[in-house]
Design a protein around this ligand. Sequence first.
Ligand SMILES: [Zn+2]
Length: 413
Amino acid sequence: MSIDDDAMLADLDELCAIPSISGSAAEVEIQRHLASRWRAEGLVVDEWDIDVEGLLGDPQFPGMEVTRREAVGVTATLAGDGTGPTLMLNGHTDVVPPGDRDAWSGDPFEPRRMTANGEECVVARGACDMKAGVAAMWAAVRAVQASGIPLRGNVLLAAVSGEEDGGLGTFSLLRRGVTADMCVITEPTDLDIIPANGGALTFRLTVRGLATHASRRTEGISAIEKFVPILTALEALERRRNADVDPLMQRWPLAYPLSIGMLQAGDWPSSVPDLLTADGRLGVALGEGVASARADLESAVAAACSRDPWLAEHPVEVTWWGGQFASGRTPPDAVVITAMQAAHAAETGTDPQMYGGPYGSDLRLLAGLGGIPTLQHGPGSASAAHGPDEWVPVDQIRTSARVLARLIVDVCG
Ligand SMILES: [Zn+2]
């Protein structure tokens, strides 16, 4: 079965030219673009307006970090005769903002070819994370469709929004009743198999002090100084939570990072600050529940407060907001894993590596909430994601499409 590489790379360029930053109008535009392209290729397309307001009230809603009134869900089916399993290929079409444009060698939304480490790459915001994966799964379906090989099971292409800030799109997909017997997310994994993800919970700490003029600072209480013992306690907590990690996560120097990403305090140089907020992310271990991870952080903060007279009286508040990614994993004997190992080995002549990812993704929604055995396998390196001159090697995109086409035939044929 042959992949039309030129069509695939042209599709990728089209996708990269749409600046589909999470929460932007283009996030909707790219979904509509895929729906119309897939419809034109003869796939059975389901395209729906996501009820964002309604989903926000769902107790299991996975979180959202940007303002978004509108979002669109899209699936496209290549139908089998109904006697075989359904394979979902899932990819998100939203991207993070480009960051400092001066760090880019060109416009982030004008895709171009560059050579890096002797490899031809596509460079654009979202090229690696993960429009190359979307283009590859699309090309694989197109190749199977063109081959005329009869399928028993359905192949389902799912394009989702809002992955970068929580997982609105995949959550909406599951709430719509879309299901499958197994799923591959074509996130950038360097074509390794990732059957498990650590989770990540966004939190805010609010530290209160007592304001006064800085010339009489000993009469006030600085919220910045009161944050110091809290930060020390969080560092100790991170060490403890990483002392004994699951074998799937042992390749990472730090499997479950606890990191403060935003800090805000004070409103005047000559005032003692009476308020500090710190926003961060707590890594969730494989097999650990969200409630237990939250309780671990809350009790570490409470213990640190109890050792300080002011904080004992004015405890630091912990709130959970934004992306709430549980951890997730697919059992090692799941068909999707063994079938992917076989397809990868057959196409590349090498066995894929397998390990857990240290970040949260839609895997936990599909595997957890959806009960769909899911793995990640896709072109590009996660270390290229979210940075300037985001790149993905063309060779890996081609290989990904071939592996996926073989997987479709092996599983659904
Ligand atoms: Zn991604």
